[in-house]
Design a protein around this ligand. Structure first.
Ligand code: PLP
Length: 404
């Protein structure tokens, strides 16, 4: 008789955003006259930029023509896109990354979940706490995390690196040596980041102890401060210890279009085995990667018009971030983030737990946010608001919160 992968049974409770969805639906059903403003889920709201829509239309027409039709895409992705990425995201920033080190994909969520498959299940992972839940969850399913303690909401075989107001949300080098280190910078949910100098310490550490860094730069486009690295490859020695994940979701609104990429440098080796060669065998090659039409859309992100339009979108969201941040400060809240990321991370008032504050905000201001505890045990007592809404609703939400 067949057996299931019972690691899946170890996943605790329900998914954060399904719990939020159920609570909001129940409140909404009981209070149909209330206008609820959602500043919870990390999804964009601005439409796809015109130059990108034009590129997609053109690609759609090409697919209907025998001479310009495209079937299976090449393994790593189309060269036109990988060239544009290498040039704009890496070489222009002095990073020694070439187009053939870039693997185009359907987004950073699948890559960040699947990348662990090329590593031994005996490896020990280290994660920032709080952080995007996919890293821990995918390692739970792989059987790498040990046992779950519901009391502390921690896994026995995961090294947690607390990021709280006490350490300015900067993770400290772990006392126990990890094999795989997940860094998400700028961080979701705290919105904070490291300086280039601080990041260099992590690269030096990983090279010294023989750990691999999995670096999620999904929010790279939101970096506004000069001393923050846009890519880990701006650090010396990163090509021998780091894999970088990127997404077009948050910088170009592709959450529904689906496009991302992963950089696995050719120099990155484990006992002479090339990780690049291993990732080339990953699931999803050809079948689950990005369609031609979407890769043409990605290419347009790097066109002059695309860059201009997307800069305006990022500025729009970051203006929301500023509005939320300043508004909350005026209302007496302790707030973080919002400078290099579209997330505001606030301390819950009056020692409320994250979920208590969630209910309080939903019931009294009709505003939906995300409880910090959903991102890890050190997120307890914090709360995330996103800048991805439209400006009018963001202002309205802030007025309601201020009036509490
Ligand atoms: C949104 C997000 C992603 C997911 O990106 P997709 O390309 O849409 O899959 C990856 N990492 C972090 C930290 C995110 O917040």
């Amino acid at each position: 008789m067949y057996q299931i992968n019972d690691n899946y049974l170890k996943l605790p409770g329900s998914y954060l955003f399904s719990t939020i969805g159920k609570k909001v639906a129940a409140y909404s059903a009981a209070n149909p006259d209330k206008n609820i403003i959602r500043l919870g889920i990390g999804d964009v709201t601005q439409p796809i930029a015109p130059s990108i829509i034009a590129a997609m239309h053109k690609a759609v027409d090409e697919m209907g023509n025998a001479e310009t039709f495209h079937g299976y895409a090449p393994d790593l992705g189309y060269e036109f896109l990988r060239d544009a990425i290498a040039k704009n995201d890496y070489q222009a920033r002095g990073c020694n990354i070439s187009a053939d080190e870039i693997f185009v994909s359907d987004g950073a969520k699948s890559d960040s979940g699947n990348i662990q498959e090329i590593f031994s299940t005996d490896n020990r992972i280290a994660v920032c706490d709080p952080v995007y839940p996919v890293y821990v969850d995918s390692n739970v399913m792989a059987g790498r995390t040990g046992t779950y303690d519901p009391k502390t909401e921690t896994w026995s075989n995961v090294i947690y690196m607390p990021c709280t107001a006490e350490n300015h949300f900067v993770p400290e080098l772990p006392k126990e040596t990890p094999d795989m280190i997940y860094l998400c910078l700028p961080n979701n949910p705290t919105g904070t980041t490291l300086t280039k100098g601080q990041l260099q310490e992590w690269v030096d550490y990983a090279n010294k102890v023989g750990a691999v860094i999995i670096y999620d730069a999904a929010y790279e486009a939101y970096i506004s401060e000069d001393n923050v690295a846009h890519s880990i490859y701006e650090c010396k020695g990163a090509t021998t210890c780091a894999i970088e994940l990127r997404s077009f979701s948050k910088n170009a609104g592709f959450t529904g279009v689906r496009l991302g990429f992963t950089v696995v440098p050719k120099e990155l080796k484990c006992n002479d085995v090339s990780l690049h060669a291993l990732w080339a065998r990953r699931h999803g090659t050809k079948f689950n990667g990005a369609p031609y039409i979407v890769q043409r859309a990605g290419e347009a992100v790097y066109s002059e018009a695309g860059k201009r339009e997307l800069k305006a979108q990022v500025a729009y969201y970051m203006n929301n971030a500023k509005t939320i941040k300043n508004g909350l400060k005026d209302a007496g809240y302790e707030v973080y983030g919002g400078t290099n990321a579209p997330y505001i991370w606030l301390k819950t008032p009056n020692n409320m737990t994250s979920w208590e504050f969630f209910d309080y905000l939903l019931e009294n201001a009709n505003v939906v946010g995300t409880p910090g505890s959903g991102f890890g045990p050190s997120g307890e007592g914090y709360f995330r608001l996103t800048a991805f809404g439209n400006y009018e609703n963001t202002v309205k939400a802030l007025e309601r919160i201020k009036a509490l």
